[in-house]
Design a protein around this ligand. Structure first.
Ligand code: SAH
Ligand code: MG
Length: 199
């Protein structure tokens, strides 16, 4: 693996940046290969780790990725330039709920504020190509979703766990999309438009 990628992993560990876990990223890269994914939208760039790994799968992959935190955005710009991936990756420094994109993507990867997952999904499903996929990371929220509420001390974490459970219910009961939940990494959801769905 290229040194820059290893450096990003180290940086993430030192600075507590929640980049995708090994098992999760490996699954995502394999998914991109097997489904011949060419155009990706990522919500939540952080320091550009997952976007760089995805771009390195194939030089004809194009990625647009959105980050609202200034320091992380700047770190991502730096990392992507170092890897020479700036032609493949477009970085947007903005809150993803305030961005409007016209393009359609084969894959939308949701990996930002866990409390906003339903909003991201509802907003960006219009940017999904007919046979595209929406993949969401952290469905297990670092294992927190398996705990009883009274085992979770922080009110903030309890709130987030509730939000993730709501999102799971939203996906399970969705008329327009079917979703598979995978016990990989920190829990991954893969959603696809139902074949018989007409808007
Ligand atoms: N996908 C990255 C990790 C992303 S961590 C990787 O695996 O390498 C989640 C990031 O989402 C954080 O950096 C956070 O600042 C960003 N984020 C959270 N809510 C956001 C929003 N509404 N719009 C844009 N970025 C957001
Ligand atoms: Mg994540």
């Amino acid at each position: 693996m290229v040194d820059e990628i290893k450096d990003m992993e180290k940086y993430a560990e030192i600075h507590h940046v929640p980049i995708m876990q090994k098992e999760g990223i490996e699954f995502l890269l394999e998914f991109i290969k097997t489904h011949n994914i060419r155009k990706i939208l990522e919500i939540g760039t952080a320091i550009g780790y997952s976007s760089s790994r995805m771009a390195l799968v194939n030089s004809n992959i194009e990625i647009t990725t959105i980050e609202r935190d200034n320091d992380r955005y700047l770190e991502a710009v730096n990392n992507i330039n170092k890897l020479g991936l700036d032609k493949q990756i477009t970085l947007i420094f903005k809150d993803a709920l305030e961005v409007n994109l016209d393009d359609k993507y084969n894959l939308i990867f949701i990996d930002a504020a866990k409390s906003q997952n339903i909003k991201f999904f509802e907003k960006y499903k219009y940017n999904l190509q007919e046979n595209g996929y929406i993949i969401t990371d952290n469905m297990h929220f670092h294992g927190m979703v398996f705990k009883e509420e009274n085992e979770i001390e922080s009110r903030n974490v309890r709130g987030l766990v509730r939000k993730i459970k709501e999102y799971k219910t939203f996906l399970e009961n969705n008329d327009e999309f079917t979703t598979k939940f995978l016990d990989l990494g920190d829990g991954i959801a893969i959603s696809k438009r139902k074949e018989n769905h007409y808007e």
